[in-house]
Design a protein around this ligand. Sequence first.
Ligand code: CDT
Length: 314
Amino acid sequence: MSRIINVAAAQLGPIERSHSRCEVVERLLAHLREAHAMGCQLVVFPELALTTFFPRWYAEDIAEMDAFYERQMPGPETQILFDTAKKLGIGFYLGYAELAHEAGRVHRYNTAILVGQNGEIVGKYRKVHLPGHAAHEPWRAFQHLEKYYFEPGERFDVWRAFGGVLGMALCNDRRWPETYRVMGLQGAEMILLGYNTPVHNPPAPEHDDLSMFHNHLVMQAGAYQNGTWVVGVAKAGNEAGCEMIGGTCIIAPSGEIVAACSTKGDELAIARCDLSLCDSYKNTTFNFERHRRPEAYGLITERRGAVLPAPLAA
Ligand code: CDT
């Protein structure tokens, strides 16, 4: 029996440092309304969708950047997103910077939430694979200081929502097969994933021409190898002088892209996603129970970096 969710991948064009939360939220609301008019039940926004990608700037005092973080969700400027979602009966995934007070300390995370069609938070995810660097590197054209501004999250969960099993990830997570597999092992049928990816990667400029190829390669492989839908959503275009890839798309469990944005601005890509399409992959080629050999995979969790065999004796 088919289980359909109409999904809108809600790409955003650039958000400048001077743009207020209210200005950005207006753009998100426009996406929610358009998606609702197109018959969608779920809208997926990018990573750090409420602000510019501030880890591209170094601040000696980390607290100087605190204006880019949310202290509560919903908060005063974001409450309207929840109210509108409830009124329209449309859920959303939203990436944002989270400032949390836990165990008597301030913590900063790169976070995403899933909000149901009733306007209530279904689940929260904190980014596990933080890319970039922790110290200021002035030789770069722009910084990528996620390891400075955020602590890593510790888990990949899934939630029963929208008639299926949904998981969340953020940007760099999509490059790691473990991301999809840990959620695949919990039965994920749709993985929601927002990203901010510069075209230029300062430590490896030789990869720049392949940035879109790699973007799609990893998400399509993750979808197919786990028999799951993947919704990948960009913040795109030239943001504060940094060119970001677009490439927002919705990927079926076959690994095929079934909807995609064609610009680098605010744009929706919409697909009618049948969650039951996951079954033929999960029950055959990727029937994990039948075919996986975890006893051969110990190194995946025991070892972080590669260790080469000893060199041959001369
Ligand atoms: N936001 C994010 O995770 N971006 C990374 C850039 C990697 S280059 C340091 C990405 O994987 O797209």
